[in-house]
Design a protein around this ligand. Structure first.
Ligand SMILES: Cc1cc2nc3c(=O)[nH]c(=O)nc-3n(C[C@H](O)[C@H](O)[C@H](O)COP(=O)(O)O)c2cc1C
Length: 196
Protein backbone atom coordinates (compact mmCIF):
# COMPACT_ATOMS: atom_id res chain seq x y z
CA UNK A 1 0.00 0.00 0.00
CA UNK A 2 1.50 3.40 -0.89
CA UNK A 3 2.62 5.13 2.29
CA UNK A 4 0.22 8.06 2.22
CA UNK A 5 -2.75 5.75 1.73
CA UNK A 6 -1.52 3.87 4.76
CA UNK A 7 -1.35 6.98 6.91
CA UNK A 8 -4.76 8.10 5.68
CA UNK A 9 -6.44 4.77 6.35
CA UNK A 10 -5.10 3.88 9.80
CA UNK A 11 -7.69 3.61 12.54
CA UNK A 12 -7.76 2.43 16.12
CA UNK A 13 -9.78 -0.57 17.13
CA UNK A 14 -10.19 -2.83 20.11
CA UNK A 15 -12.10 -5.37 17.99
CA UNK A 16 -8.99 -7.52 17.87
CA UNK A 17 -8.56 -11.22 17.23
CA UNK A 18 -5.49 -13.48 17.20
CA UNK A 19 -2.85 -13.40 15.93
CA UNK A 20 -0.75 -10.57 17.25
CA UNK A 21 2.52 -9.98 15.40
CA UNK A 22 5.43 -12.17 16.45
CA UNK A 23 9.11 -12.64 15.69
CA UNK A 24 10.69 -10.69 12.86
CA UNK A 25 7.45 -8.86 12.02
CA UNK A 26 7.07 -7.67 15.60
CA UNK A 27 10.72 -6.59 15.61
CA UNK A 28 10.16 -4.59 12.43
CA UNK A 29 7.04 -2.95 13.84
CA UNK A 30 8.83 -1.99 17.05
CA UNK A 31 11.87 -0.78 15.09
CA UNK A 32 9.77 2.08 13.71
CA UNK A 33 9.96 3.59 17.21
CA UNK A 34 13.62 4.25 16.55
CA UNK A 35 12.59 6.65 13.76
CA UNK A 36 10.62 8.93 16.06
CA UNK A 37 11.77 12.54 16.44
CA UNK A 38 13.73 12.66 19.68
CA UNK A 39 15.39 15.84 20.99
CA UNK A 40 18.75 15.01 22.53
CA UNK A 41 18.64 11.39 21.40
CA UNK A 42 17.39 10.34 24.81
CA UNK A 43 15.30 7.50 23.35
CA UNK A 44 12.84 7.63 26.26
CA UNK A 45 10.48 4.96 24.85
CA UNK A 46 10.40 1.45 26.33
CA UNK A 47 8.14 -1.47 25.35
CA UNK A 48 6.98 -4.32 27.54
CA UNK A 49 5.30 -7.17 25.66
CA UNK A 50 2.52 -8.92 27.57
CA UNK A 51 0.89 -11.99 26.07
CA UNK A 52 -0.40 -15.45 26.96
CA UNK A 53 -0.67 -16.21 30.66
CA UNK A 54 0.96 -12.89 31.58
CA UNK A 55 -2.24 -11.11 30.51
CA UNK A 56 -4.46 -12.17 33.43
CA UNK A 57 -1.54 -11.46 35.75
CA UNK A 58 -1.33 -7.92 34.34
CA UNK A 59 -5.13 -7.63 34.59
CA UNK A 60 -4.91 -8.42 38.32
CA UNK A 61 -2.37 -5.61 38.78
CA UNK A 62 -4.61 -3.25 36.80
CA UNK A 63 -7.58 -4.11 39.03
CA UNK A 64 -5.47 -3.61 42.16
CA UNK A 65 -4.46 -0.20 40.81
CA UNK A 66 -8.09 0.74 40.07
CA UNK A 67 -9.09 -0.13 43.64
CA UNK A 68 -6.10 1.73 45.06
CA UNK A 69 -7.00 4.87 43.10
CA UNK A 70 -10.73 4.63 43.82
CA UNK A 71 -11.86 2.31 46.60
CA UNK A 72 -15.47 2.84 45.44
CA UNK A 73 -14.81 1.93 41.80
CA UNK A 74 -17.85 0.32 40.15
CA UNK A 75 -17.66 -3.50 39.85
CA UNK A 76 -18.79 -3.26 36.21
CA UNK A 77 -15.80 -1.05 35.41
CA UNK A 78 -13.45 -3.53 37.06
CA UNK A 79 -15.00 -6.44 35.20
CA UNK A 80 -14.67 -4.65 31.84
CA UNK A 81 -10.99 -3.75 32.34
CA UNK A 82 -10.16 -7.21 33.72
CA UNK A 83 -11.70 -8.88 30.67
CA UNK A 84 -9.99 -6.56 28.20
CA UNK A 85 -6.54 -6.90 29.70
CA UNK A 86 -6.95 -10.68 30.03
CA UNK A 87 -8.16 -11.33 26.50
CA UNK A 88 -6.55 -8.87 24.07
CA UNK A 89 -4.17 -10.87 21.87
CA UNK A 90 -1.20 -8.77 23.00
CA UNK A 91 -0.64 -5.77 25.23
CA UNK A 92 2.35 -3.53 24.72
CA UNK A 93 3.01 -1.44 27.81
CA UNK A 94 4.26 1.98 26.77
CA UNK A 95 7.03 2.76 29.23
CA UNK A 96 8.77 6.12 29.59
CA UNK A 97 12.36 6.31 30.76
CA UNK A 98 12.39 9.95 31.84
CA UNK A 99 15.21 12.28 32.90
CA UNK A 100 13.64 15.19 34.81
CA UNK A 101 16.94 17.05 35.31
CA UNK A 102 18.00 16.89 31.68
CA UNK A 103 18.33 20.00 29.53
CA UNK A 104 15.66 18.49 27.28
CA UNK A 105 12.32 19.43 28.90
CA UNK A 106 10.20 16.57 30.20
CA UNK A 107 7.37 17.43 27.85
CA UNK A 108 9.70 16.90 24.89
CA UNK A 109 10.71 13.52 26.26
CA UNK A 110 7.04 12.57 26.62
CA UNK A 111 6.22 13.88 23.15
CA UNK A 112 8.96 11.65 21.74
CA UNK A 113 7.36 8.64 23.46
CA UNK A 114 4.06 9.61 21.84
CA UNK A 115 5.62 10.03 18.41
CA UNK A 116 7.24 6.59 18.69
CA UNK A 117 3.92 5.03 19.72
CA UNK A 118 2.30 6.61 16.67
CA UNK A 119 4.93 5.03 14.44
CA UNK A 120 4.10 1.66 15.97
CA UNK A 121 0.36 2.13 15.37
CA UNK A 122 1.09 2.99 11.73
CA UNK A 123 3.43 0.02 11.38
CA UNK A 124 0.80 -2.31 12.82
CA UNK A 125 -1.63 -1.07 10.20
CA UNK A 126 0.98 -1.39 7.43
CA UNK A 127 1.53 -5.05 8.29
CA UNK A 128 -2.15 -5.99 8.46
CA UNK A 129 -2.39 -5.82 12.24
CA UNK A 130 -4.12 -3.21 14.34
CA UNK A 131 -4.47 -1.80 17.78
CA UNK A 132 -5.55 0.98 20.05
CA UNK A 133 -3.76 3.15 22.60
CA UNK A 134 -5.55 3.20 25.96
CA UNK A 135 -4.71 4.79 29.27
CA UNK A 136 -7.12 5.55 32.12
CA UNK A 137 -6.10 6.63 35.62
CA UNK A 138 -4.12 3.42 36.10
CA UNK A 139 -1.61 4.52 33.46
CA UNK A 140 -0.55 7.32 35.79
CA UNK A 141 -0.45 5.26 38.99
CA UNK A 142 3.22 5.34 40.11
CA UNK A 143 2.78 2.07 42.00
CA UNK A 144 1.59 0.18 38.94
CA UNK A 145 4.38 1.74 36.88
CA UNK A 146 6.95 0.57 39.43
CA UNK A 147 5.48 -2.96 39.42
CA UNK A 148 6.05 -3.03 35.67
CA UNK A 149 9.65 -1.80 35.87
CA UNK A 150 9.23 1.97 35.73
CA UNK A 151 9.80 3.40 39.21
CA UNK A 152 9.65 7.21 39.53
CA UNK A 153 10.76 9.39 37.82
CA UNK A 154 9.91 6.95 35.06
CA UNK A 155 6.34 6.06 34.20
CA UNK A 156 3.81 4.85 31.68
CA UNK A 157 2.25 6.52 28.65
CA UNK A 158 -0.49 3.90 28.49
CA UNK A 159 -0.99 0.55 26.79
CA UNK A 160 -1.36 -0.61 23.21
CA UNK A 161 -3.90 -3.38 22.68
CA UNK A 162 -2.57 -5.25 19.64
CA UNK A 163 -3.89 -7.98 17.36
CA UNK A 164 -5.64 -8.55 14.05
CA UNK A 165 -8.65 -6.31 13.38
CA UNK A 166 -11.87 -8.33 13.22
CA UNK A 167 -13.74 -8.14 9.89
CA UNK A 168 -15.66 -4.89 9.65
CA UNK A 169 -13.59 -3.15 12.32
CA UNK A 170 -13.22 0.52 11.56
CA UNK A 171 -12.51 3.73 13.40
CA UNK A 172 -14.45 6.95 13.74
CA UNK A 173 -15.33 8.99 10.66
CA UNK A 174 -12.82 11.70 9.82
CA UNK A 175 -13.32 15.41 9.38
CA UNK A 176 -11.59 17.44 6.68
CA UNK A 177 -8.45 19.07 8.03
CA UNK A 178 -9.31 22.59 6.82
CA UNK A 179 -10.81 23.65 10.13
CA UNK A 180 -7.55 22.74 11.88
CA UNK A 181 -5.21 24.73 9.65
CA UNK A 182 -4.60 28.46 9.47
CA UNK A 183 -2.03 30.71 7.87
CA UNK A 184 -0.47 33.34 10.09
CA UNK A 185 -0.15 36.78 8.51
CA UNK A 186 0.67 38.88 11.56
CA UNK A 187 -2.42 38.62 13.75
CA UNK A 188 -3.50 35.75 16.02
CA UNK A 189 -5.07 32.92 14.08
CA UNK A 190 -8.54 31.46 14.55
CA UNK A 191 -9.69 27.98 13.64
CA UNK A 192 -13.02 26.80 12.34
CA UNK A 193 -12.67 23.86 14.71
CA UNK A 194 -12.92 26.24 17.68
CA UNK A 195 -16.00 28.18 16.55
CA UNK A 196 -19.01 27.40 18.69
C1 LIG B 1 -2.42 9.04 25.25
C2 LIG B 1 -3.72 8.46 24.75
C3 LIG B 1 -4.54 7.78 25.63
C4 LIG B 1 -5.76 7.23 25.19
N1 LIG B 1 -6.54 6.55 26.08
C5 LIG B 1 -7.71 6.03 25.67
C6 LIG B 1 -8.51 5.27 26.56
O1 LIG B 1 -8.16 5.04 27.72
N2 LIG B 1 -9.69 4.78 26.11
C7 LIG B 1 -10.10 5.02 24.82
O2 LIG B 1 -11.19 4.55 24.45
N3 LIG B 1 -9.36 5.71 23.94
C8 LIG B 1 -8.18 6.22 24.34
N4 LIG B 1 -7.40 6.93 23.46
C9 LIG B 1 -7.93 7.19 22.09
C10 LIG B 1 -7.73 5.99 21.17
O3 LIG B 1 -6.39 5.52 21.24
C11 LIG B 1 -8.04 6.35 19.70
O4 LIG B 1 -7.15 7.33 19.24
C12 LIG B 1 -9.46 6.83 19.53
O5 LIG B 1 -10.32 5.78 19.83
C13 LIG B 1 -9.74 7.36 18.12
O6 LIG B 1 -9.45 6.40 17.17
P1 LIG B 1 -8.50 6.74 15.94
O7 LIG B 1 -7.07 6.56 16.44
O8 LIG B 1 -8.90 5.77 14.87
O9 LIG B 1 -8.77 8.15 15.55
C14 LIG B 1 -6.17 7.44 23.85
C15 LIG B 1 -5.32 8.11 22.96
C16 LIG B 1 -4.11 8.62 23.40
C17 LIG B 1 -3.22 9.33 22.42
Amino acid sequence: MPSLDLLLSRFSTDALAEPAPQGAVLDTILSTAMRAPDHGRLRPWRYVIVQGDARPALARRIVASMKRLDPDVAPAKIEKRQTRFSTMPMIIVLGMHLRPGDKIPLIEQELAVGAAAMNILNALHATGFGGVWVSGDVAYDPELAAELGFPAPHGLAGFLFVGTPRPGARGPTRRAVDDYVAEWTGTPVRFGADDA
